[in-house]
Write a protein that binds this ligand. Structure first.
Ligand code: FAD
Length: 296
């Protein structure tokens, strides 16, 4: 959990779908344990498509590493009974925090309207309210969008909707990734004037695979600044140079954010350890954690 006077580092993974994938993730977690993350989170495929793999990954991470593990849970297309069942299984594992999301309509759904109305939840705030009412001891993280959610008609209503999620019981938020820190500062300031003061940690996405991030950014509405695009394009055909530049950009971005006092950085690891570890080392976060634990 985030607190006002402490910087929190967290890591996000996706659930592995094969034995090879699990080996990769386990190596990644082993390598990243030196960061002493406050929590690690495990994503949930759109429309519950990774319900079991997510559960298994959470169960195994807790068993094998003893890490504070936060499952993501999306609600679009689910009934209250289904959500209750999933949460109860997590409680049996000792989970105490949930990343509560609306989720998106899976690509393979033909009748999108029907899918939206097939469940009992419409927005992230509905899930937050449900969890808060039925599982009051669970801490609730939610998603935040400094460049605004791609479906939002305008920034104002998006921020008001975010404020609703907070009033429904969200304790903390993690942002969608962005590359323009000014967007985050303005967003947090504007939310404060709406009375929202929960900690909003930054989701950091190092561009280690430019093609993929470019494609995903179009879907999730994250803007890649022109200067980054032009550099990445200049390195086209040299994935190593692109990756080095991506790590440098993420380091500088995080450095400025930490200096400005962000409550936390949430690394979108994409199940790889090297970029996260290098950025954390550049930022002095590895040494800091080690010094802190050796002093205690
Ligand atoms: P919501 O808060 O529900 O908002 C979605 C849209 O609805 C916004 O445009 C908002 O303005 C609007 N809205 C909200 N409330 C109202 C209202 N009362 N009336 C009218 N409009 C409203 N997706 C996954 O499938 N699995 C994951 O594991 C996952 N992890 C994520 C982790 C993070 C940190 C983030 C930031 C996103 C993650 N996502 C994940 C993506 C997320 O599910 C999508 O971005 C989804 O489109 C929005 O979910 P939400 O709960 O954040 O949005």
């Amino acid at each position: 959990m985030y607190s006002k006077n402490k910087f929190t580092l967290s890591l996000e993974f996706y659930p592995p779908r094969s034995e090879d994938g699990k080996r990769t993730l386990w190596n990644t977690i082993e390598n990243l344990q030196v960061l002493d993350p406050e929590y690690v989170s495990v994503t949930f495929g759109a429309g519950g498509s990774t319900k079991e793999p997510t559960f298994k990954a959470v169960e195994n991470i807790i068993e094998d590493f003893g890490l504070n593990t936060v499952p993501h849970l999306s609600c679009l297309g689910s009934t209250k009974t289904e959500i209750r069942k999933i949460i109860n299984r997590y409680l049996e594992l000792g989970v105490s925090e949930i990343m509560a999301l609306r989720g998106d309509i899976p690509d393979n759904v033909e009748d999108r309207e029907k899918f939206v109305h097939s469940g009992h939840f419409r927005y992230g705030s509905d899930l937050v309210e449900f969890i808060n009412r039925n599982f009051p001891l669970l801490k609730i993280h939610v998603g935040a969008y400094p460049e605004y959610h791609p479906e939002a008609p305008d920034p104002e209503s998006d921020m008001k909707n975010f404020a609703k999620k907070v009033r429904a019981g969200a304790d903390t938020a993690v942002t969608q990734y962005f590359f323009n820190n000014q967007a985050y500062y303005k967003y947090v300031n504007d939310l404060q004037s709406l009375g929202v003061d929960i900690p909003i940690a930054v989701g950091l996405m190092p561009i280690t695979n430019y093609g993929k991030i470019k494609q995903f950014s179009q879907i999730c509405g994250a803007e890649i600044p022109l200067w980054i695009k032009k550099r990445m394009e200049a390195y086209s055909g040299d994935p190593r140079a692109q990756k080095e530049f991506g790590i440098e950009v993420a380091t500088r971005q995080a450095e400025e954010l930490i200096e400005s006092g962000v409550p936390g950085i949430h690394f979108y690891t994409l199940n790889e350890s090297e970029p996260t570890l290098r950025i954390a080392r550049n930022l002095g976060l590895v040494e800091r954690e080690m010094t802190a634990s050796s002093l205690s």
